[in-house]
Design a protein around this ligand. Structure first.
Ligand SMILES: *Cc1c(COP(=O)(O)O)cnc(C)c1O
Length: 421
């Protein structure tokens, strides 16, 4: 394999414009505190697999049943990655070809439902994903969507409400998973509810896959019919997805991914997923996943001390949703000021948000990326201090600039996996 420096030289010569933007992004990722909970830093090994000659291949089909010749190594590779996924998540079948999380969920619905069938998922404003039946998404257009939410006071999933809704609506599938829910899912109870109403149970663990592997979040495998996950969030792999399921659904899932919805798999991504799965099976990754949660708790604790209001009052996973309604600043303004100060997060709706989705009342932060840089609880308290200063005076550009230079100096002490110093 080409040495990476050598590869970049070719890029610099061939396309200086693209080269420079990648270089700038590299510096930006190194010099900022990245708190977007769906983001991470992959290892050099994952980057190398992802940027390999496997991108040159076409491999429609599955190992041993391809529609193209020339698959002697690709077949071995995909089989290894399937085996690693099955072992790591304790499931009977793994499809490692979905291009990303949204297409993976589409494939699950395609495999198990007929058009118009009823999907029951968590609503987007309460933390669910677009593909769980939100109105602007295919999942609400091709299927009939009903949505559960969180309790308006506690901000926790109200499992009694979920059960009542399931009994009343009799959905064909119940989906659990979220992009902005700071608490644990009770997969056992959700599985019981699904069985009671004769629905399939899909656990979409996109955000929390790495925590599950590390033993830092309850495992859905004993309770779910199908598990979908992205590979690029807490799992710390390349951008991609997997569908994990019981053997009884294996054929339907595989046929849904190919030929129903996709063509050739992205073999370079498959390889990088394999590397990430290998990394995720180590003791070091277990420590990482536990630390992600400890860091989130430390960050939440310090924010609470400083008078921030947190949705559900805290966190027990990797993410925190900050309710800024009593701070006199809305989410977008806070997020933009934080970005200028070198702290990257996103504005986000909070449950029962009084403001509109394009300018909501909250910001969403998380600890997967900073934990990958080796930061611990002490650093989380420092980060909360900077956030407090910036959010307290988002228009004080002098202070924003001071924080930015402090952040830059701080970041220099925490090498970034995958990016040479
Ligand atoms: C991120 C995410 C997805 C979608 O993944 P993409 O790769 O962005 O399409 C689906 N479900 C959940 C719960 C997610 O967090």
């Amino acid at each position: 394999m080409l040495d990476v420096a050598e590869e970049k030289l070719a890029l610099k010569e061939t396309d200086p414009e693209v080269f420079q933007l990648i270089e700038k992004e590299e510096v930006y990722q190194r010099e900022s505190i990245r708190l977007i909970p769906s983001e991470n830093y992959v290892s050099r090994a994952v980057l190398e697999a992802s940027g390999s000659v496997l991108t040159n291949k076409y491999s429609e089909g599955y190992p041993g049943q391809r529609y193209y010749e020339g698959q002697r190594y690709i077949d071995q590779l995909e089989s290894i990655v399937q085996e690693r996924a099955k072992a790591l998540f304790g499931v009977e079948h793994a499809n490692v070809q979905p291009y990303s999380g949204s297409p993976a969920n589409l494939a699950v619905y395609y495999a198990l439902l007929e058009p118009g069938d009823k999907i029951m998922g968590m609503s987007l404003p309460d933390g669910g994903h677009l593909t769980h039946g939100w109105k602007v998404n295919f999942s609400a257009r091709f299927y009939t969507a009903v949505q559960y939410g969180v309790d308006p006071k506690t901000h926790l999933v109200d499992y009694d409400q979920v059960r009542d809704l399931a009994r009343a609506e009799r959905p064909k599938i119940i989906v659990a998973g979220a992009t902005a829910y700071p608490r644990r899912f009770d997969f056992k109870t959700l599985g019981e509810i699904a069985r009671e109403v004769d629905a399939y149970f899909l656990a979409d663990i996109s955000h929390i896959a790495g925590l599950i592997v590390a033993g830092a979040h309850p495992d859905p495998a004993p309770h779910a019919d199908v598990i979908s996950t992205t590979t690029h969030k807490t799992l710390r792999g390349p951008r991609g997805a997997m569908i994990l399921c019981r053997e009884e659904h294996a054929k339907a899932i595989d046929r849904a991914v190919f030929p129903a919805l996709q063509g050739g798999p992205h073999n370079h991504t498959t390889a990088a997923i394999g590397v990430a799965l290998q990394e995720a099976s180590t003791d070091a990754f277990r420590v990482y996943g536990q630390q992600v949660v400890s860091n989130a708790k430390a960050l939440a604790g310090e924010l609470l001390e400083r008078g921030f209001r947190l949705v559900s009052g805290g966190t027990d996973n990797h993410l925190i949703l900050i309710d800024l309604t009593d701070k006199g600043v809305f989410g977008k303004k806070a997020a933009k000021a934080l970005d200028r100060a070198g702290i990257v997060c996103n504005y986000n709706a909070i449950p029962n948000d009084p403001r509109k989705p394009f300018s909501p009342s909250g910001i969403r932060i998380g600890t997967p990326a900073v934990t990958s840089r080796g930061m611990g609880e002490a650093e989380m308290r420092q980060i909360a201090g900077w956030m407090d200063r910036v959010v307290g005076a988002p228009e004080d550009e002098e202070q924003v600039e001071r924080v930015r230079s402090e952040v830059q100096e701080f970041c220099a002490a925490f090498p970034v996996p995958g990016i040479p110093q």
